[in-house]
Design a protein around this ligand. Structure first.
Ligand SMILES: C[S@@+](CC[C@H](N)C(=O)[O-])C[C@H]1O[C@@H](n2cnc3c(N)ncnc32)[C@H](O)[C@@H]1O
Length: 286
């Protein structure tokens, strides 16, 4: 989807570096992320057919939160391979698996678009909130397809369209305006909402060779005590907002964060802050 191989390689290397830096921050938010994504994760595992004894590939596994669920679901007779292109975030995942005594999990540093796992006969493959960052998501899906046994199922979870994920629009538009930059295309390749265009992810599954492709939208409000907590999460994760604001002097950056907080307070409720989010679960069979 990127214009050239060089662009794509540079984009990927910058992304990996960001995740290397953000690994500890993302991991520190694991309890909140777990709460936010719990119902969607359960649905993803069900749609992928993750059952006791299954062999499961977890792509862009990050700090391994969903991998823990998969490992418990497949049990000691099953097997899980957790892959990610960031060695730092995968090291945190490994620590978690070893602390939990889950010996059925292995990790492998690998780019999602070049897993090199053809004919490895996995029963299921999942990718939670990773595929939208890939410069070439169709190639990522092809790699998942190749790793599955015939009849095996892949299921991915990505963010949907901009109007259903308004916090991202607020963050982006505020950051760009403060940085003196023009509005960005929300569907630009590799961006948070790049696979949210209605119908797109299903088409990519089909292009990668999957059959029986189906997409379901899931409501997933992110519940936190306040908008400030959400911004703290954004500040510690590998978000494009940091890059945009990184070029500004400290006081200008502070003004941008303050405006974001004010705008995001619209989602404050008597029971805390609830940022609306919609996710897309897509499954397909090899
Ligand atoms: C938002 S985190 C999600 C992590 C985990 N799946 C979760 O839901 O907690 C995105 C992850 O995708 C990984 N990632 C992004 N682009 C990738 C690529 N091209 N190949 C492999 N991993 C990638 C990042 O390193 C990061 O760990």
């Amino acid at each position: 989807m990127h214009t050239s191989t060089t662009d794509s390689a540079a984009f990927k290397s910058a992304g990996r570096e960001q995740w290397e830096q953000a690994a500890a921050g993302w991991d520190a938010y694991s309890p909140q992320i777990r709460g936010w994504l719990e119902p969607a994760t359960r649905a993803m595992l069900a749609m992928a057919g993750v059952v006791a004894g299954a062999r499961v590939l977890d792509v862009a596994a990050g700090a391994g939160d969903q991998t823990l669920d998969i490992a418990r679901c497949v049990g000691p007779a099953g097997y899980v391979l957790a892959t990610d292109y960031s060695p730092a975030i995968l090291a945190l995942a490994r620590e978690k698996f070893s602390q939990a005594g889950l010996r059925q999990v292995q990790t492998q540093v690998a780019e999602g678009e070049a897993l090199g796992l053809a004919a490895s006969g996995f029963d299921a493959a999942v990718c939670r909130l990773g595929l939208m960052f890939f410069p070439d998501p169709t190639q990522g899906l092809r790699e998942m397809h190749r790793a599955l046994r015939p009849g095996g199922t892949a299921c991915t979870l990505v963010l949907s369209q901009p109007q259903s994920n308004p916090c991202i629009g607020i963050l982006m538009s505020t950051a760009l305006r403060h940085a003196g930059l023009p509005p960005a295309d929300p569907y630009r390749p590799g961006g948070l909402l790049s696979l949210g265009k209605p119908g797109l992810i299903g088409e990519l599954f089909v292009a990668a060779g999957f059959r029986d492709v189906a997409t379901t939208a899931v409501d997933a409000p992110f519940r936190l005590p306040s908008a400030r907590h959400y911004l703290d999460f954004i500040r510690t994760s590998a978000s494009p907002i940091q890059q945009i604001l990184g070029r500004l002097p400290a006081d200008a950056r502070q003004r941008a964060w303050a405006e974001m907080e004010e705008r995001l307070t619209v989602f404050q409720t008597p029971d805390g802050w609830a940022g609306p989010n919609e996710l897309l679960l897509t499954a397909g069979r090899r």
